[in-house]
Design a protein around this ligand. Structure first.
Ligand code: ATP
Length: 293
């Protein structure tokens, strides 16, 4: 078990932020935590890394309580840039972590190079742009070569080429067997990174697997949508009457051919067909704005 979060409650004053929230990451994965402003994403990440105490609940990282400082040998946490010191250089920040973790100068340079911040390593943070600060925070997060990276908005404020570079690095880390839990508001970036999404809604998590076959939706126009809906429901595919003569069919491993065959077998005429790949933005609207896709 890489991360196990069980029955976490957290309130600030009368406001209940997290309500009996549980989830687990059992194998290396990239997971995105998505939710509206103020929904509690940072609070949850702070609780996982024990920077904030939950009111109740149990959290384990690699089977160790998150209260044990040893977890930071295998885990890193990228917070927002308010943790940086303006009057220190990027290198100072990295050296501080390097000293705690017993890392060499060379390891620091290699990490900075990997992220692409070697050009301004010795500048003061007060002279950094938002994107440069993100680069430094990410370099700090990869420095100890952790198995679990917890990243709060890692793609915030990056120009397109930086975003591509960071996305590729996240992919590389994932391919090396690391687990990445990241929060993001940028849903098109989330779609490019992962199909495992945790929506944080009103203190609860809704887990979505948006892998390609779960995201493929066919809008089919038929002569008898009610009958089509009825027949397809028996075929274990997600189906929804969209009004007029249209039905939306979510493919869950079933092939399009089977679906069409089943309609034909039941003497239902297919008049039109439109393929749509839905993304986390569509699901976000469904989850948070109760809109149909
Ligand atoms: N230290 C604190 N004291 C009181 N309330 C807090 C504190 N920290 C966070 N909150 C409140 O908890 C709620 C969740 O905040 P949090 O920062 O976790 O949300 P978020 O989902 O990360 O938001 P955003 O997407 O805007 O970064 C907000 O209503 C916030 O005002």
């Amino acid at each position: 078990m890489i991360l196990d979060v069980q029955n976490v409650h957290k309130s600030y004053g009368k406001e209940k932020i997290l309500k009996n929230l549980s989830f687990a990451i059992e194998e290396p994965k990239m997971v995105a935590l998505v939710g509206p402003n103020g929904s509690g994403k940072t609070t949850l990440l702070n609780i996982i890394t024990d920077l904030v105490n939950a009111d109740s609940g149990v959290i384990k990282i690699m089977n160790l309580s998150n209260k044990k400082p040893e977890i930071f040998k295998e885990t890193s946490y990228m917070q927002d840039n308010s943790v940086l010191y303006d009057y220190l250089t990027g290198y100072d920040h990295l050296q501080f972590i390097g000293d705690i973790q017993g890392l060499s100068k060379q390891q620091i340079f290699l990490a900075a190079e990997r992220i692409g911040m070697e050009g301004y390593l010795f500048k003061k943070v007060s002279k950094y742009s938002l994107g440069m600060k993100q680069h430094l925070l990410l370099t700090m997060a990869i420095l100890n070569d952790p198995k679990l990276l917890i990243l709060d908005e890692p793609l915030n404020g990056l120009d397109p080429s930086s975003a591509i570079r960071i996305r590729n690095i996240l992919w590389e880390l994932y391919n090396e067997g690391k687990t990445i839990l990241l929060s993001s508001h940028n849903l098109s970036e989330v779609d490019r990174l992962t199909s495992h999404i945790l929506f944080l809604k009103e203190g609860h998590l809704i887990a979505e697997d948006l892998s390609l076959n779960q995201r493929t939706l066919y809008e089919i126009t038929v002569n008898d949508p009610r009958a089509a809906e009825k027949y397809l429901e028996n075929h274990n595919v997600g189906v929804k009457h969209m009004g007029n003569n249209q039905i939306a069919v979510f493919m869950h491993g079933d092939t399009l051919q089977n679906v069409l065959q089943s309609l034909l077998d039941n003497k239902i005429k297919v008049l039109d067909l439109n393929k749509k790949v839905t993304g986390s933005e569509d699901r976000y609207q469904m989850v948070f704005e109760q809109k149909d896709v």
